[in-house]
Write a protein that binds this ligand. Structure first.
Ligand SMILES: N[C@@H](CCC(=O)N[C@@H](CS)C(=O)NCC(=O)O)C(=O)O
Length: 223
């Protein structure tokens, strides 16, 4: 049974977020994976505004996403993605070599690219004359560009969960604003054209839009 006594695969996200992050909240990674894998899933919400003990019990930082899958509870979008990928040859190749390649790129998206792009963005909010993390991010993007100039997919010569997560990290418009990255741009466009991404994206937008009309979307100061 899941956290609320329900069995089956449940993706947990916020009940509401401001307009800015809509389409980018990380539950999208899991929605997208489920759509690619053809897995049955439900989406449930925890309050954005008042994060209670039940939420912290599932996600120690009070963040989203997390998932419940019968008795299994997982947090961190990367860990959740791996859990889902294990259930789908589309996402995770069975061949040992291709699997290792896929897992490596999943971690590199999170731990080498997003690990730099996110602090770079936060530092950028300070509007300094020059972002001291520019060179760090540029070095990562240059290497990704080098790889993608020579191949269409990161692993296994086809779409895998590695492309899902790398494209999700790179699709944020500001991440690629540091230079010209034509192969990366083409790659992100190719991956995000996938119908599974389009469905996941539309569903997330609709989820938060619905909440605008409910108490979760009403309190003053939100938006
Ligand atoms: N490393 C975490 C990051 C989760 C994260 O930053 N989630 C955002 C939504 S995309 C969130 O919950 N933000 C609210 C907060 O940090 O308080 C993961 O990949 O799951």
């Amino acid at each position: 049974m899941g956290a609320d006594g329900t069995s089956g695969l449940i993706l947990w996200t916020f009940d509401w977020v401001p307009v800015g992050p809509r389409g980018y909240v990380r539950d999208l990674r899991l929605r997208w994976a489920c759509e690619e894998a053809g897995l049955d899933y439900q989406v449930r919400s925890v309050p954005f505004q008042d994060r209670g003990p039940d939420h912290f019990a599932q996600q120690p930082f009070g963040q989203v996403p997390f998932l419940t899958d019968g008795p299994v509870r997982i947090f961190e979008s990367g860990a959740c993605l791996l859990h889902l990928a294990e259930q789908s040859e589309t996402l995770m190749p069975q061949d040992n070599g291709q699997r290792a390649e896929t897992v490596s790129w999943i971690f590199s998206a999170l731990n080498s690219v997003e690990m730099v792009s996110l602090p770079w963005w936060f530092v950028g909010l300070a509007n300094l004359a020059e972002n001291p993390l520019d060179d760090w991010l540029r070095a990562r993007l240059d290497r990704v560009e080098h790889v993608l100039a020579a191949r269409d997919w990161l692993a296994a010569e086809r779409f895998t969960a590695a492309d899902l997560i790398m494209a999700d990290v790179l699709r944020l418009p500001w991440v690629r604003s540091l230079g010209d990255y034509p192969a990366t741009d083409t790659y992100v466009a190719r991956v995000c054209e996938r119908p599974a991404f389009q469905r996941a994206h539309a569903d997330q937008i609709a989820h938060f839009a619905r909440a605008d009309a409910t108490p979760a979307g009403q309190p003053a100061g939100k938006g």
